[in-house]
Design a protein around this ligand. Structure first.
Ligand code: ZN
Ligand code: ZN
Ligand code: ZN
Length: 248
């Protein structure tokens, strides 16, 4: 997905010059580009970064990691140890990441661990584990938290920072740094929203006119993590805050 600031012809001309005939569809403020191979996909991302063409990547479902949460281990368990033991218990699946949820208010780590596994068709094997590191444990599917995904890098919606090729934009001041690097550390009286430009809220406030309206998700599994940014928003709005965030 390439951002179209009314310059799609110019961007596509550039891409066609570099990669030959490119398969592209116009989608309002974006251009959807479909690379033919994984290699071309990589090269296009590199090209866009070099040419300062803003984009984000939509990964096919099959390439997205499979996420689960694990309960029953002590909250002080070392994440590296979990990773190591999981690799032994599940030799057929690659363990991409283990993280621990922490309570947003108190910042204390919780006894809930989140794991990302590489999809390879054997993912369901993990649900067969009931005993792990000498303890009885419970493994559940992890669902995306309800509502929109907001990117940690650019603070726009519907993609995550791992797939982001947009300019970094701070949620608090709109400058070119990550929100957690912002020199502003205290809640401000009248913050300005970097997405809609209004004052009195920040761009992660769900009632911002530009915050996507999405129906809550249904089905099995639990929703983790609720984002830290909501907590940030609540510092401004004095709203009821939420209780989980991820610590990796
Ligand atoms: Zn982004
Ligand atoms: Zn900032
Ligand atoms: Zn706004």
């Amino acid at each position: 997905m390439i951002r179209n600031k009314n310059n799609y012809k110019e961007i596509l001309k550039n891409l066609n010059n570099k990669f030959g005939k490119v398969n592209a569809v116009l989608a309002n403020e974006y251009i959807k580009v479909y690379p033919e191979t994984a290699e071309e996909h990589r090269d296009m991302q590199k090209f866009c970064r070099e040419e300062k063409i803003e984009f984000y990547v939509i990964r096919p479902l099959s390439e997205r990691p499979f996420k689960i949460v694990m309960k029953g281990l002590h909250r002080d368990t070392d994440i590296e140890e979990i990773k190591f033991e999981l690799a032994i218990a599940l030799p057929e699946i690659e363990i991409l990441k283990v993280g621990q949820l922490k309570n947003v208010r108190t910042k204390s780590p919780m006894d809930i661990f989140m794991t990302e596994l590489k999809k390879n068709g054997h993912g369901n094997k993990i649900f067969e584990i009931t005993q792990f590191m000498f303890l009885k444990i419970k493994i559940q599917n992890c669902r995306k938290p309800p509502g929109a995904t907001q990117c940690w890098n650019c603070n726009m919606f519907n993609h995550s920072s791992e797939n982001c090729g947009f300019q970094t934009r701070c949620l608090k001041c709109g400058e070119d740094h990550r929100t957690n690097q912002c020199p502003i550390t205290t809640p401000q009286e009248n913050p300005k929203c970097i997405n809609c430009g209004a004052t009195g809220h920040i761009a992660s406030w769900r009632h911002c006119p530009l915050f996507p309206k999405i129906k809550p998700t249904k089905g099995q599994g639990e929703n983790y993590p609720k984002a830290q940014r909501e907590f940030l928003a609540s510092q401004y709005r004095r709203q009821e805050n939420i209780s989980y965030s991820m610590q990796t």
